[in-house]
Design a protein around this ligand. Structure first.
Ligand SMILES: CC(C)(COP(=O)(O)OP(=O)(O)OC[C@H]1O[C@@H](n2cnc3c(N)ncnc32)[C@H](O)[C@@H]1OP(=O)(O)O)[C@@H](O)C(=O)NCCC(=O)NCCS
Length: 164
């Protein structure tokens, strides 16, 4: 599997996955804004070039904020999220980021489990952070992962060949 920088040319396929994966997906404009702002944005492709997933992250001063991590429904459960997280942890270490942050819906049990197994800890909630059906709002769980040589080693994917 291969990660490559996301470009505007990828957005048709990215939005297809985004719309399939979320009830409240990012819009085309959200992705365009992220690319224009210079966020870290990568697509994950299989050896035939088929797009399997992507991530978007916002670098900050000594920290990184994961804004979007998505794997195509047909490609989930194969370690791709862990592979992309491991790549982002390495990028954090390169850039001197000491913490990787993210928000996740409190109802998103699958993502919560993946993040916890990867080493993230819950550090709080943001009340009503996400839109929810019938005009309601849903709380976000805020999670953090300390970055460093030891943290990177302990969170490396079990299959280090998941990304080449
Ligand atoms: C949440 C999400 C990103 C997880 O992606 P994923 O690629 O399915 O996650 P992974 O495959 O890396 O991990 C899932 C499980 O597969 C297991 N796994 C890892 N490597 C594996 C492999 N080689 N073969 C089989 N299973 C494997 C992992 O152990 C993990 O199990 P665990 O959670 O019990 O530890 C994905 O479900 C998704 O895109 N969901 C919709 C969008 C979303 O909710 N995004 C997160 C928003 S915060």
């Amino acid at each position: 599997m291969r990660l490559a920088p996301m470009t505007a040319q990828h957005l048709g396929l990215v939005l297809g996955i985004e719309n399939a994966a979320y009830e409240f997906p990012w819009s085309h404009g959200n992705f365009i804004d992220s690319l224009a702002a210079g966020h870290i944005a990568q697509v994950l492709c299989d050896p035939r070039g088929e797009l399997l997933g992507y991530l978007v992250a916002l670098p900050g001063y000594q920290e990184m904020h994961l804004l979007n991590l998505t794997v195509a429904p047909a490609a989930q459960g194969l370690g791709h999220a862990r592979g992309m997280l491991a790549w982002l942890v390495a990028r954090c270490a390169e850039q001197g980021a000491q913490q990787l942050w993210l928000e996740v819906r409190e109802s998103n049990a699958r993502a919560l489990r993946v993040y916890r197994h990867f080493g993230f800890a819950s550090i709080g909630t943001r009340k009503g952070y996400y839109p929810a059906p019938l005009g309601r709002r849903e709380d976000a769980v805020v999670m953090g992962l300390p970055i460093g040589a030891e943290a990177a080693a302990s969170t490396a994917p079990e299959r280090p060949d998941a990304l080449d």
